[in-house]
Design a protein around this ligand. Structure first.
Ligand code: CUA
Length: 172
């Protein structure tokens, strides 16, 4: 009939087919995302707490002062005893301090930023965690290999972003 409107027309079979395909694909991607959280190992689960940037800065400074063993270009190199919690601070544009950990031991690593959003990217193991001011996140790491592991910032944070690197040295 002449006055028939588009929303009254029957949906074509092929269109229903594609709607179903799109829906199933969305469902698949959703469950894949959940599964990837467990099998991918990239984005570790973190314990998260609220903390002010000033309080976190104080915590890291206390930690670094306590266990500092040397210094590299003005940045302390810190060797915490096994079992001790480890603190890393992100700020424009560094990961502070440099760390020395023991192979085969588990460490609780605390992360927070004191200014801006940064991305903690541990290479070459490809662990990625967004780091935000106001939130203290804790991951558990057990290094299984000795060597130098670089920390890169992978959230764009300004003019010095590409130079924002840190280091975890794993020793036998
Ligand atoms: Cu910090 Cu990019």
């Amino acid at each position: 009939p002449q006055n028939r409107l588009w929303w009254n027309e029957p949906i074509e079979r092929v269109e229903i087919g594609w709607v179903v395909v799109a829906f199933l694909w969305g469902l698949f991607m959703f469950f894949f995302m959940i599964a990837w959280h467990f099998i991918g190992g990239q984005n570790l689960s973190t314990e998260t707490y609220r903390i002010t940037p000033a309080a976190y800065e104080q915590k890291v400074a206390t930690f670094a002062e306590k266990y500092q063993v040397s210094e590299e270009s003005g940045v302390p190199v810190v060797r915490p005893p096994v079992g001790e919690d480890v603190f890393i601070l992100a700020r424009l544009w560094e990961w502070w301090p440099l760390l020395e950990l023991k192979k085969g031991q588990s460490y609780r690593i605390h992360l927070s930023s004191i200014d801006w959003q940064h991305g903690f990217s541990l290479q070459p193991v490809n662990i990625n965690i967004s780091v935000h001011p106001g939130y203290e996140q804790i991951i558990t790491l057990t290094p299984t290999e000795a060597g130098d592991f670089g920390i890169a910032c992978n959230e764009y944070c300004g003019i010095g972003h590409h130079m924002m690197t840190g280091r975890i040295r794993v020793v036998e």
